[in-house]
Design a protein around this ligand. Structure first.
Ligand SMILES: *Cc1c(COP(=O)(O)O)cnc(C)c1O
Length: 231
């Protein structure tokens, strides 16, 4: 097993699955999830064609940022309001927006550096099962709130994490529900809403996610092997 071979294998499966779902291989973006990985591992993945990486901790972004080759940065973890200021100028897409408090802080920091920040709203179509992500009605409210109050935020789509891992059919139903929301919200016409990304699917479930309409998959373990959090 090598990072290079893993990336080749995943690109192949990703591309074949995209075609199976009526799209082109390049219509689905592979984001390499690099949490807990070393600078060397990450740069190796970039050398093997990874164009986008995802981190879930502010501290890790800060520690790694200046050592990583040119790449697009995605923030995919729960983002605490008081830490937005550290990453606002480093991240290309924040996937995990799930509260108005966080939205207000992103707007404030983005306005300070005079930039428009691209975000996804993290939704949860199975409310009981997961700590983060908001319901469909809350998402509707949140979109309206952002469009009315946040000139420095552009809503690029939705992100979700499937709560069930054992039952592929339940996972498919979950993804299908989120895709339906995505299609509905993408009809909204506004300068600061430009739905491009439906971020769903990880190592275990990215094929199902693509079949259900995902166009951005976040894959860590299948590229780098199992994570060791105690390093
Ligand atoms: C860790 C993580 C991933 C990647 O998970 P793997 O199972 O290692 O592919 C994807 N999305 C989020 C939000 C994560 O935290």
């Amino acid at each position: 097993m090598s990072i290079e071979q893993n990336i080749k294998d995943i690109q192949k499966i990703k591309g074949d699955t995209a075609v199976k779902s009526g799209r082109k291989p390049e219509d689905v973006l592979l984001v390499g999830v690099t949490k807990t990985r070393s600078i060397d591992e990450i740069n190796e993945a970039i050398d093997c064609g990874i164009t986008d990486i995802g981190e879930n901790k502010v501290q890790e972004v800060m520690d790694k940022y200046e050592h990583i080759k040119p790449v697009k940065w995605h923030f995919i973890g729960h983002l605490q309001t008081n830490k937005v200021k550290y990453i606002i100028d480093k991240i290309d897409l924040i996937h995990s927006v799930d509260s108005k408090k966080l939205v207000d802080e992103i707007e404030k920091r983005a306005s300070k550096i005079d930039r428009k920040i691209d975000i996804l709203i993290q939704v949860n179509a199975a409310m009981e099962e997961s700590k983060f992500g908001i319901s469909e009605n809350e998402t509707k409210d949140m979109i309206q709130y952002i469009l009315e109050n946040c000139p420095h935020i552009c809503i690029k789509g939705l992100m979700c994490i499937a709560p069930f891992e054992e039952n592929p059919e339940e996972v498919a139903v979950f993804f299908r529900t989120v895709k339906k929301q995505y299609d509905e919200f993408s009809e909204i016409k506004h300068n600061n809403l430009d739905f491009k990304y439906l971020s769903m699917g990880m190592s275990n479930d990215f094929e199902v996610a693509i079949l259900e309409g995902s166009n951005l998959v976040r894959v860590g373990t299948a590229i780098f092997g199992a994570r060791n959090y105690n390093k």
